[in-house]
Design a protein around this ligand. Structure first.
Ligand code: ADP
Length: 320
């Protein structure tokens, strides 16, 4: 397996504070990886080291087989977290400039820029000055700048932050297409659902440390044995009887379905039998565990290292 990015035991401190602490990360070529974690976890620092904007205090790093991203810059596209440079340039000029810096011809850049802008709902901005665009438009233009050289490795730092849902959707479609043509994609987000939707592999970072590195497919198969979703066959059916069922802790009704919370130690199969005897279901299932829940279980104070390890082993078992 050829690796697009290989990070080994990398640490980085700022003024004595560890932003990244012994990070190991191997990203195969052609994969989509989501780096997730709360604000301040170390995602941007990790990305900046991959991009050779920052350098590790210790450990080693290789990008597309090179010791530095600078040696592979023509094959990399990068959307930084801080946006908004090149404000005086026209959009077309800016995108061509970036593409040409990375070894592409003017006509290649113009054709690809036009096509990508159109896909992102920006049909007629080529002649506009960057400073005349709205924040969301400029963000999409900078996203195009990260793709204009048709890179083999695409690194996006919080690409969706501050965007409206339609722009997010269009950007996700473009990312999926770039992955489809074989590019490796790495992006960071603090919105775990974005990573869950787009990535084959999820890497959770907390306080500079990697707490999870698992295939999304396995995580998706995770069900929470304590939360049951029930859509009644008769939407008007009373659910009062469920509240009295042994093992049921709480019933919350939503517009389409109810969430039934079971007490710790309750057998979900027994509870489901009891529920369907009282309320005929259109659908009844265990709720999926959300990435947020997994994250919280892995990083909460008071959770023993043993139970964290048990959860990791369990998740690994699901992805293999
Ligand atoms: P994230 O991208 O996950 O929000 P960052 O990598 O930006 O996290 O930050 C990780 C930690 O490193 C934070 O505590 C942040 O304050 C600190 N940090 C990041 N960059 C710098 C810097 N240039 N100087 C000092 N501290 C920094």
């Amino acid at each position: 397996m050829t690796l697009a990015v290989d990070i080994r035991s990398v640490s980085k401190s700022f003024n004595g504070t560890r932003a990244i602490d012994g990070l190991d990360l191997s990203i195969p070529e052609g994969a989509t990886y989501g780096l997730i974690g709360p604000s301040g976890a170390g995602k941007t620092t990790a990305i900046r080291m991959i991009m050779s904007i920052l350098f590790p205090d210790s450990g080693t790093l290789s990008v597309l087989g090179q010791e530095s991203a600078l040696a592979a810059k023509d094959r990399i596209g990068y959307l930084p977290e801080e946006r908004g440079s090149y404000r005086k340039m026209r959009v077309g000029e800016f995108l061509t400039y970036i593409g040409r810096l990375k070894g592409r011809t003017r006509s290649q850049c113009e054709a690809r820029a036009q096509r990508l802008l159109r896909r992102l709902g920006l049909d007629d901005v080529m002649q506009k000055k960057c400073e005349d665009l709205s924040k969301g438009m400029l963000q999409r233009v900078q996203f195009v700048a990260a793709l204009v050289n048709q890179p083999d490795l695409i690194i996006l730092d919080e690409p969706f932050s501050g965007l409206d849902p339609l722009s997010v959707r269009l950007m996700k479609e473009v990312i999926e297409d770039e992955h489809g043509r074989g590019a490796t994609i790495i992006f960071s987000t603090h919105v775990m659902a974005h990573a869950e939707e787009l990535c084959q592999q999820i890497v959770m970072i907390d306080k500079g440390r990697k707490v999870l590195d698992e295939a999304t497919a396995g995580l998706r198969r995770q069900y929470d044995p304590r939360r049951i979703l029930l859509a009644p066959l008769d939407p008007g059916a009373s659910l009062d009887a469920l509240k009295k069922l042994p093992g049921v802790q709480d019933v919350t009704t939503g517009p389409d379905e109810a969430l039934i919370m079971l007490a710790a130690g309750t057998d979900p199969a027994t509870a489901i039998r009891g529920i369907v005897e009282r309320v005929a279901p259109a659908r009844i299932e265990l709720a999926r565990i959300r990435l947020e829940d997994i994250f919280i279980r892995l990083v909460s104070e008071g959770v023993s290292e043993e139970s964290r390890q048990q959860l990791r082993t369990h998740l690994q078992g699901l992805s293999t």
